[in-house]
Design a protein around this ligand. Structure first.
Ligand SMILES: NC(=O)c1ccc[n+]([C@@H]2O[C@H](COP(=O)([O-])OP(=O)(O)OC[C@H]3O[C@@H](n4cnc5c(N)ncnc54)[C@H](O)[C@@H]3O)[C@@H](O)[C@H]2O)c1
Length: 249
């Protein structure tokens, strides 16, 4: 899929990995629907459409995609970055953790991804392009899907769910000329990690093989662009972690 001239929906576009991806896709000539809880900054223009939607709500996600299609005519690319961390322990000082803590992480990260996937697939299936590429969907998991640390039970479950949806989605959507792949990042320099206490940040960096540092959001965006432009990438979960393997805690 060529990026120049394509229409891309980027979720979580107000910050971190989503913001970097929206900017890189815009620099490479895509028109961007930038979606977040509050509409990301920037004046609406012929190439930039800021949208507010909570991915927990299928209605809000559908409405954001409908607005994108009304404004730009179609959707070719989706990079879904909206997500939350939401760590907790099963056993707290007051007793077992409140189920709502688990539900919220699953609602945003797993159900939210499903809501974006279904809207993206539907609108891309309506594309009738001359080449065989009608759409590319990039979702975001985490290496915590594979080696979740203590306290990451809900986060790991939600991200393992995202990795589990990738191949069945790619297989089903193949008939419509739509590809679907997932990036599983290690620790990247965004609010998700820089809000952590310094000792936890140091532990995350210590788990990295080389280069021993947090990833930069533009390095995530760069891989998202590679997935979009490389037709052979489909149904795959790609670790982007500089060889990191998370420790127990
Ligand atoms: N930063 C990392 O180290 C890292 C590592 C692995 C995976 N990830 C994943 O990458 C994705 C992006 O994370 P980030 O580091 O850029 O975090 P971030 O907090 O910087 O950005 C996340 C964005 O998602 C938005 N968002 C949160 N809940 C939302 C909702 N319900 N509806 C719409 N938007 C919502 C936030 O407002 C925010 O702008 C997340 O899915 C995260 O789990 C990040």
């Amino acid at each position: 899929m060529q990026i120049a001239g394509a229409v891309a929906v980027v979720t979580g576009a107000a910050a971190g990995l989503g913001e970097a991806t929206a900017q890189m896709l815009a620099q490479r000539g895509a028109r961007i629907a930038a979606l977040d809880l509050s509409a990301p900054p920037g004046t609406p223009s012929e190439t930039w459409l800021p949208l507010a939607a909570n991915v927990i709500s299928p209605d809000e996600v559908d409405a954001a995609f409908d607005t994108t299609v009304r404004t730009f005519g179609r959707v070719d690319i989706v990079v879904h970055c909206a997500g939350v961390a939401g760590g907790f322990r099963l056993i707290g000082k007051q007793g077992p953790v409140a189920p709502e803590r688990f539900n919220h992480v699953i609602d945003v990260n797993l159900r939210g991804t499903f809501h974006v996937l279904r809207a993206a697939a539907w609108h891309m299936s309506e594309n009738q392009r001359a080449d065989t590429e009608n759409g590319v969907i990039v979702t975001t998991a985490s290496i915590a899907a594979f080696e979740g640390q203590q306290g990451q039970l809900a986060y790991s479950a939600s991200k393992a769910g995202v990795t589990g949806m990738t191949l069945p989605a790619a297989r089903e959507l193949a008939q419509y000329g739509i590809r679907c792949a997932t990036i599983a990042p290690g620790a990247f320099e965004t609010a998700l990690t820089t809000d952590l206490p310094t000792d936890l940040q140091d532990q995350l960096t210590a788990a990295v093989a080389h280069p021993r540092r947090l990833g930069r959001p533009d390095e995530f965006a760069d891989l998202a662009c590679a997935v979009i432009t490389n037709e052979m990438l489909n149904g795959e979960v790609i670790r982007l972690d500089a060889g990191a393997r998370l420790a127990q805690r």
